[in-house]
Design a protein around this ligand. Structure first.
Ligand code: NAD
Length: 490
């Protein structure tokens, strides 16, 4: 019988009250790795109460002392990075190099949050009228919670958690039920931090757990990352309960290839962007729009690059692309590929029915490429979240930008060109929150916000950077009058 995962509440490992457990499977071979609670409202009630009780002492701990825990957090995560990456690859399917890259971005977010004693500083205006001063203070909100998706089990909670606690909040992490083991191990190693009980908690589960977070009056701030329909639901429900919510959603990211782009580099970068993490990245390129003569050889070369990628178990050396997360996901992607064929798009490379010797039970799909995709087709509009790239052709950059700006999503858009004015026009006119110029994955560093527009984001303040500090604090404005004559009395 596989291990039943526990919650971490108030400094202790506790069994969930959930009566149902779900299997956590290795996507490369179908092996059951662990069992995760399906979710119980009472788990959240308990975690929220304990986090709320821990809050007053934590918020009164000076920020300079709170960040000392983060300095140690960085060291502990670094020390255990090899082991954490391996667990991540086993339950998530991505390659070891991809898992290690997640840790790098998680560490970077901890580093930025270490600057919070400075970053939380406010502004002061002396003499707004004679003898009257005005300033504001940033104060924490209370208990925060993050709900994360399956595709970055390590990195995504770190877009929020280090900022939340360094700002003086206590926090609950709800990992994806598909990949709960990585964060469980991270919480185990964090016992070395000796954080006060209740400051950092983890509760496993699915929809029931999320709904309990949305309804709990002890939790005033929610950070969500996942698909658009769920992001919209989280935002609307959270806001209706009077909470502050930031909800990052899905994506369908276009890449424009101009005729003057450096073709060899462009092809290599786009292949990495589209097929890295088996296409399961919210910043993955899923549409290529070639402009003018760029179409002549780009299509042939990207097919050659895609064919050469080695698919297999992410733990094995030389593997460049792992499986997709579940068998349901594989079936859904394969159905979409069929719809692409039925809808008249030209299938240049078919990743269905690949077999990886020794991993016959794995959820593998090879790189797949469609050409001449219509902008009103289902494969063009739907977030496939698998290694499937759609190619379209336009005559001008204006046409390409126009096409991009019709999309419901706005997570990222990239252009490949050597022409500065084309790049500038693209940067200026394109409706997306993260823009890449000669970049395949425009992932913001931790000291920039993780922007997202349209249906890729619901809320006002994004994750990471100063946005995170604003999100996890509220401003208190103070106006003070001190009469000069009172001083003279002493
Ligand atoms: P998902 O929406 O299915 O799940 C995300 C989280 O929501 C999980 O913790 C899950 O337990 C919970 N959840 C799922 N269904 C729910 C429901 N009906 N009610 C309440 N909670 C629910 O997403 P996923 O499949 O785990 O992740 C992939 C998606 O995440 C893709 O759409 C991808 O684009 C998106 N994503 C976005 C970003 C970004 O920064 N915008 C980053 C990573 C992933």
């Amino acid at each position: 019988m596989s291990e039943k995962l526990k919650n971490y509440i108030n400094g202790k490992w506790v069994e969930s009250r959930s009566t149902k457990y779900l299997d956590v499977k290795n996507p490369a071979d179908g092996e059951i790795l662990a069992r995760v609670p399906a979710g119980a409202k009472d788990d959240i009630t308990e975690a929220a109460e304990k986090a709320h009780e821990a809050w007053p002492a934590w918020r009164n701990t000076p920020a300079t002392q709170r960040v000392q825990y983060l300095f140690r957090m960085k060291q502990i995560l670094e020390k255990h990075s090899g082991e954490i990456a391996e667990i991540c690859t086993k339950e998530c399917g991505k390659t070891l190099a991809e898992s290690k890259a997640e840790i790098v971005r998680a560490l970077e977010n901890i580093e930025v949050a270490c600057g919070i004693p400075k970053l939380m500083q406010s502004e002061f205006s002396e003499d707004i009228a004679t003898g009257l001063d005005e300033f504001y203070i940033r104060q924490p909100l209370g208990v925060g919670a993050c709900i994360s998706p399956f595709n970055f089990p390590i990195m995504i909670p770190f877009w929020f958690m280090p900022y939340a606690i360094a700002c003086g909040n206590t926090f609950i992490v709800k990992p994806s039920e598909k990949v709960p083991m990585t964060m469980t191990r991270i919480f185990e190693i964090f016992s070395e931090l000796n954080l006060p009980d209740g400051v950092l908690n983890m509760v496993h589960g699915g929809k029931e757990t999320v709904d309990a977070i949305l309804e709990n009056p002890r939790i005033p701030a929610i950070s969500f990352v996942g698909s658009t329909p769920v992001a919209k639901y989280i935002y609307q429900t959270g806001v209706s309960h009077g909470k502050r919510v930031q909800a990052q959603g899905g994506a369908k990211n276009p890449v424009v290839v101009m005729p003057d782009s450096d073709e060899e580099t462009t092809v290599r970068i786009i292949a990495d962007s589209a097929f890295g993490c088996a296409g399961q990245r919210c910043l993955a390129a899923s549409i290529v729009i070639t402009v003018g003569k760029a179409s002549e050889s780009f299509t042939e070369k990207i097919v050659t690059a895609a064919k050469s990628r080695k698919t297999g178990n992410g733990l094995n050396a030389g593997v460049e692309m792992g499986p997709v997360i579940t068998m349901e996901s594989k079936n859904r992607i394969e159905k979409l590929i069929q719809k692409g064929i039925d809808g008249g798009s030209k299938l240049l490379l078919d990743g269905r029915n690949i077999s990886i010797p020794g991993y016959e039970n794995g959820n593998f799909i090879g790189p797949t490429i469609f050409d001449d995709v219509k902008s009103d087709s289902e494969i063009y509009k739907t977030e496939i979240f698998g290694p499937v790239l759609s190619i379209l052709h336009t005559e001008t950059l204006e046409d390409a930008i126009h096409l991009i700006n019709q999309s419901n999503y706005g997570n990222s858009a990239c252009i490949f060109t050597r022409n500065g004015s084309a790049a500038r026009k693209f940067r200026h006119d394109t409706l997306a929150g993260n823009i890449g110029i000669n970049i395949g994955i425009a992932a913001p560093m931790a000291f920039f916000p993780f922007s997202g527009w349209k249906e890729s984001f619901f809320g006002d303040l994004h994750g990471q950077s100063l946005h995170a500090i604003e999100f996890f604090t509220q401003t208190k404005v103070v106006i003070e009058r001190w009469h000069d004559e009172w001083t003279r009395k002493f």
